[in-house]
Design a protein around this ligand. Structure first.
Ligand code: ATP
Ligand code: MG
Length: 454
């Protein structure tokens, strides 16, 4: 079953690279994710080419045709060919050796002569297809059938393939989230039995796969189905599973509520991670009162610590960690759609408008993951966002930096240099937000002159 060539919408330069290699006497195919995504009618990410040419041959043939070649991974046979505005990874047909000391990097690669041998080293059948504009589809592992059935299935023996490279375990989870596919039973069993090998995978790669998984369009289903695998790298999820919330607001346990919140969240990295972490404090805070009612008092205060430990372990940047913890800490704060309340919320987030927008996106997602009767409350978040828009448009003050006075003015009133200066400015900002003082120099100086303000 060879698909119609119209579905392969690669840039003209990609076809040019293929023609150039073949004119020089080599064989070349489009391969991997770009073939899968074309067949599925999804936008393609990058166009990869597999060829019988050695990397030096690829480079010289393409350079002779006026393209540029970068030695981006020549140890593994890869050169990046830049043609026009595009870059293409061109890799010599190869196989990886079967054993790997760290379950990630192949000990060695061997170059081979046929596309079929190259396809056999690839992770999943859906990723192990090659396509050529004249010769059509090469699909020895029935990838087309898997795509039609919506299945992720390892090429070859699953446990052996995960032992070769444990990163594939997380790739299966993230493809489930990106594509909405289910994982074949034998593949999933091997993911469970080999998940301990994720210990050997570099943290950067783990975090990257988790990022992609959380950003996927089918993340709820993927998280729920693979939680027992993903828990190896996100042990925080274990206590959330089965942590029931028998209150009128909820119809899911903490894990499933969380999975829905991630699914409903705006697909940006910060908001998706914040949705994953927002209720991580709940299992530790859960208690039943004398009437048998469940409470989670303080969970928003415990959550940031758990989220920060997780983010440290996953080597996330300090800026990202700060944003994540601020969102988790403030996710259940009450904000009203009044200018005063919104400015207070902004001030609490250091005047960071984008952070407040992310917090509102998190709150919206959280609400949508509640029991059906409560999901319409997102309207109140829309009201808050409109108030925020008006505050920003009118340039109203919600941070110390926007005040019409600065630290020097405070010191000139006789305040000693040091933390007292910041405290005085904060008091002035509070007064502006409360509406008792205008953000105007003379009024602010008069305010600072009042002994009661310091
Ligand atoms: P996307 O680029 O959309 O994330 P992709 O399938 O193109 O998805 P890449 O990481 O770009 O994924 O890899 C390109 C191809 O290389 C894959 O389609 C697959 O054939 C192969 N591949 C990538 N990583 C592995 C791996 N760890 N083990 C085996 N094959 C792999
Ligand atoms: Mg790719």
């Amino acid at each position: 079953m060879t698909p119609d060539r119209d579905i392969f919408r690669f840039p003209a330069e990609a076809y040019e690279v293929l023609r150039t290699l073949e004119a020089a006497g080599h064989e070349a195919y489009f391969v991997g994710g770009c073939v899968r995504d074309s067949v599925m009618g999804r936008p393609i990410n990058d166009v990869d080419i597999a060829t019988s040419a050695r990397w030096e041959e690829t480079a010289s043939a393409c350079q002779a045709a006026g393209m540029r070649a970068h030695e981006t991974g020549v140890k593994h046979g890869t050169v990046t060919i830049v043609a026009g505005q595009h870059g293409f990874e061109v890799t010599t047909y190869r196989v990886d050796s079967a054993t790997s000391a760290d379950a990630r990097h192949p000990d060695s690669v061997a170059f081979v002569s046929s596309i079929e041998e190259d396809l056999a080293r690839r992770d999943f059948a859906m990723n192990a297809m090659a396509w050529h504009p004249e010769r059509g589809l090469v699909d020895p592992h029935r990838g087309m059938g898997d795509i039609k059935a919506g299945v992720i299935r390892v090429v070859g023996d699953p446990a052996r393939r995960f032992r070769e490279d444990a990163l594939r375990i997380l790739r299966a989870c993230r493809f489930a989230s990106q594509l909405g596919f289910r994982i074949d039973d034998a593949t999933y069993e091997a993911m469970l039995s080999q998940k301990h090998l994720l210990e050997n995978v570099s943290t950067e790669r783990v975090t990257h796969e988790l990022d992609l998984m959380l950003l996927g369009a089918h993340v709820h289903d993927a998280l729920m189905r693979t939680v027992d695998v993903v828990s190896f790298v996100l042990p925080e999820l274990v206590a959330m599973k089965g942590c029931t919330q028998p209150t009128k607001y909820h119809c899911f346990d903490v894990l499933e509520h969380t999975a829905w919140a991630v699914q409903e969240a705006r697909p940006t990295r910060l908001v998706r991670w914040a949705a994953l972490c927002h209720d991580m404090g709940k299992p530790a805070c859960r208690f039943l009162d004398a009437d048998g009612v469940v409470h989670f008092y303080g969970h928003a205060a415990v959550g940031p610590g758990i989220a920060r430990d997780m983010a440290n372990r996953l080597l996330m940047s300090n800026a990202f960690k700060d944003g994540l913890c601020a969102l988790v800490e403030n996710h259940s704060d009450t904000v009203a759609a009044t200018p005063r309340s919104v400015k207070r919320a902004l001030a609490k987030l250091g005047g960071d408008v984008e952070r407040l927008r992310s917090l509102l996106a998190l709150k919206r997602a959280d609400i949508r993951a509640h029991a059906p009767a409560y999901r319409s409350q997102t309207a109140s978040i829309d009201d808050i966002e409109r108030t925020l828009d008006a505050i920003v448009a009118e340039g109203e003050a919600f941070s110390v930096a926007q005040l019409a006075i600065g630290g020097r003015d405070v010191i000139a009133t006789g305040v000693a240099e040091g933390p007292a200066v910041g405290a005085a400015l904060q008091a002035a900002l509070d007064a502006v937000i409360e509406g008792s003082v205008e953000n105007e120099r003379a009024q602010l100086l008069a305010f600072l002159g009042q002994p009661t303000t310091r």
